[in-house]
Design a protein around this ligand. Structure first.
Ligand SMILES: *Cc1c(COP(=O)(O)O)cnc(C)c1O
Length: 432
């Protein structure tokens, strides 16, 4: 499999180069040259295959010969080594819980897969020591930190906006130590992202160390997210119509992975991009014009993205044909007030505790079902409610019980390096 840049000004590369460099030299995102089709045998057997086997089948064509089969088998098994239950929540709606990984976030899958690939490439000795540089609005940082912790040959530097991530998220970023450094930026997520972008374009830094990204622009983080759509399908009742899938979306990597799995033949129904007030994609689907804007803060803060980087991949998948895109994908915008109302109502009526991102998806799916009465669907629950206590606890009336993975972080020492929104400061740090 070869990958091309969506800006078409860079050479084709293999999976190894796409993973190690993150972004093409022309600044474009990498996209697979062909969309592999799942084998008929794979789809027939899918219900009975293990998670590791599913992951291996999905990822093998994308990885090609850059990682030997036995190694890829191990990487796949480790990347999905936790539960992905599809929980029936109410009539016509199930929840795919993606928060049972080590950092209680769906990003664990991509981060674990990518870190192990990068570590394999680093061990081959044909890659210089790598620094993973990443900006996070919440869950990316924790998943990346956990996924790369102790991985030889890889250093991780994470920028996060001070005071704008939840306490659990901050603990996950700042307490691991070893090869993980957290830079606490006195600014917004957009500031963090802008600083990181500038560092990637800095030739002086490039001579000093090899920088790569672990955001969902990296194919090794983006592509493995297809596998849990397969896990959802394994658990979906065989006699039911194909599920409508509502995906809480920020940078649109998760949604784009689902669309890709569908394009490969996974029988899923209509997709819904569930967004908060940051709505350039819903506006685009409505009006046909795309106007990115600065992000505004919401309760579903991991989706506070004003210019979603993976949107160009979705356009590419649909050959920039708005009509085709509209046939496959709807989008909806959900306010903070509606988000809170959904958490409250679902808790009261179903005894199921949503967190803000899943609540956005729930609201969008319910509104879709109001227009399409027969549609049965599922929502992707992208994080655990314990990460959003300020929204969830007033509704619940008490604290969310701590899962073990989080409880362990409670007593650990926070270590972060303060950083102003000043590129020279970041550069000085990276040039050390
Ligand atoms: C990252 C994240 C999202 C958004 O995922 P994208 O792939 O960027 O669209 C949604 N919910 C949670 C909890 C997240 O951490």
């Amino acid at each position: 499999m070869k990958y091309y840049s969506l800006r078409h000004q860079s050479p084709l590369v293999d999976f190894r180069t796409a993973t190690v460099t993150g972004q093409a030299p022309d600044g474009g995102l990498y996209f697979p040259e062909t969309i592999p089709r799942f084998q008929p045998g794979f789809l027939r057997e899918l219900r009975h295959l293990s998670k590791a086997t599913v992951a291996l089948n999905v990822m093998r064509p994308y990885v090609g010969t850059t990682i030997p089969e036995s190694e890829l088998q191990r990487i796949c098994a480790e990347a999905v080594d936790f539960a992905f239950p599809l929980v029936p929540m109410a009539a016509g709606i199930s929840v795919l819980e993606l928060f049972h990984g080590p950092t209680l976030a769906f990003k664990d899958v991509g981060a674990r897969f990518m870190s192990r690939c990068l570590s394999y490439f680093a061990r081959q000795g044909d890659t210089p020591p790598v620094t993973v540089l990443v900006a996070t609005s919440g869950d990316t940082g924790g998943a990346v930190a956990s996924g790369f912790l102790g991985v030889p040959g890889v250093e991780v530097v994470i920028l996060y906006p001070s005071g704008k991530v939840s306490p659990v998220q901050e603990q996950q970023l700042t307490t691991l130590g070893q090869n993980i450094t957290a830079l606490e930026v006195n600014g917004t997520f957009d500031d963090c992202q802008a600083l990181v972008k500038q560092a990637f374009q800095d030739r002086e830094i490039a001579r000093h160390r090899f920088l790569t990204s672990a955001n969902s622009i990296n194919v090794a983080r983006w592509l493995p997210q297809q596998v849990y759509y397969c896990f959802a399908w394994q658990q979906w009742p065989a006699e039911a119509p194909a599920p409508v899938v509502a995906v809480p979306s920020g940078n649109f990597g998760n949604l784009c992975a689902g669309l890709l799995a569908q394009a490969s033949g996974l029988p899923l129904g209509h997709f819904i991009a569930a967004c908060n007030a940051n709505d350039p994609v819903p506006v685009y689907l409505r009006t046909g014009s795309y106007a990115p804007r600065p992000a505004v803060p919401t309760f579903s803060n991991a989706m506070d993205v004003g210019n979603p980087s993976n949107f160009v991949r979705i356009l590419e998948l649909f050959e920039n044909d708005l009509g085709k895109l509209r046939a496959a994908l709807s989008a909806d915008t959900v306010t903070d007030a509606e988000t809170v109302a959904a958490i409250r109502e679902v808790w009261a009526r179903e005894g199921y505790l949503l967190e803000p991102h899943a609540a956005v998806a729930h609201t969008a799916l319910r509104r879709y079902q109001a227009r399409h009465a027969a549609a049965e669907g599922l929502i992707l629950a992208t994080a655990h409610p314990v990460k959003f206590p300020e929204v969830v606890e007033p509704i619940l009336g008490h604290a969310v019980p701590m899962p073990e993975a989080v409880a362990q972080l409670q007593n650990r020492l926070k270590r972060s390096v303060p950083l102003a929104v000043d590129y020279e400061q970041l550069k000085a740090y990276l040039m050390k």
